[in-house]
Design a protein around this ligand. Structure first.
Ligand code: GRF
Length: 226
């Protein structure tokens, strides 16, 4: 797929809460720095603050409340139908706090990204910053990866790294990592929109036609073209 320069890439963004990554994507898009068309923002929680942010930006919002469904399968079916009605080329998970069923993940294979607040494969799951501190890590960060059945375990495209300070707490680390997330996610989406990255038949990432052996590290150098 090559969506370079002309038509913006149609995307749908899934959220569950605050929506700061959503806002970063909205801002970069509005600034003309990210060639995407956000067709809808969907939340599984009616109270998600991100819904207000999306509404303020004039975006279409939908709520598929997971508490109204008997099981994961029926919820994911409803969610999939809602997403597909917008015909996105990419589904962007931005703080979407749900374990996804295998059928749902397979349906969006190679066209669903997630951002996770750790240097994967370290610390999949929750409470990443406290766990990194407890383990004595001197460096933490965030990762953007393709979504696979393995929760937070899909191939990682790009990471941002943050040095741990002596007096850091989980909260202070989370704040500094979040700043980097807001640079990282738009950059990764930009690469996808430009047709530079895709998931090959072996489940590995190809970047500019070459196997990506290691996640790219976000730096001034690679964020420049965005
Ligand atoms: C972020 O830390 C993201 O990495 C994780 O969930 C959090 C969402 O934050 N998956 P926000 O809703 O984007 O502010």
């Amino acid at each position: 797929m090559n969506t370079s320069s002309v038509a913006p890439l149609p995307i749908v963004i899934l959220i569950s809460g605050r929506g700061s990554n959503l806002q970063a994507i909205i801002d970069r898009t509005a600034a003309g720095e990210l060639p995407v068309e956000i067709r809808a923002v969907i939340s599984n929680r009616p109270s998600a603050a991100g819904l207000q942010l999306a509404g303020k930006a004039g975006l279409e919002t939908r709520v598929i409340d997971h508490t109204g469904y008997a099981d994961r399968e029926t919820f994911d079916e409803a969610l999939q139908a809602c997403i597909d009605s917008y015909q996105p080329a990419l589904v962007v998970l931005a703080g979407f706090m749900r374990i996804l069923t295998p059928g749902f993940v397979e349906h969006y294979r190679g066209r669903m990204l997630n951002i996770h607040p750790s240097l994967l494969p370290d610390f999949p799951g929750l409470n990443t910053h406290q766990r990194a501190l407890d383990a004595g890590h001197r460096e933490v960060g965030a990762s953007v990866h393709f979504v696979t059945e393995d929760t937070d375990g899909g191939p990682v495209l790009m990471q941002a790294r943050v040095a741990v300070r002596e007096d850091d707490t989980a909260d202070s680390l989370a704040a500094r990592v979040l700043e980097q997330e807001h640079r990282l996610y738009p950059q990764a989406i930009h690469w996808f929109a430009d047709g530079r990255i895709f998931l090959d038949e072996n489940g590995q990432i190809q970047l500019d036609g070459t196997l990506l052996e290691q996640p790219k590290t976000l730096s001034a150098e690679i964020s420049a073209p965005c």
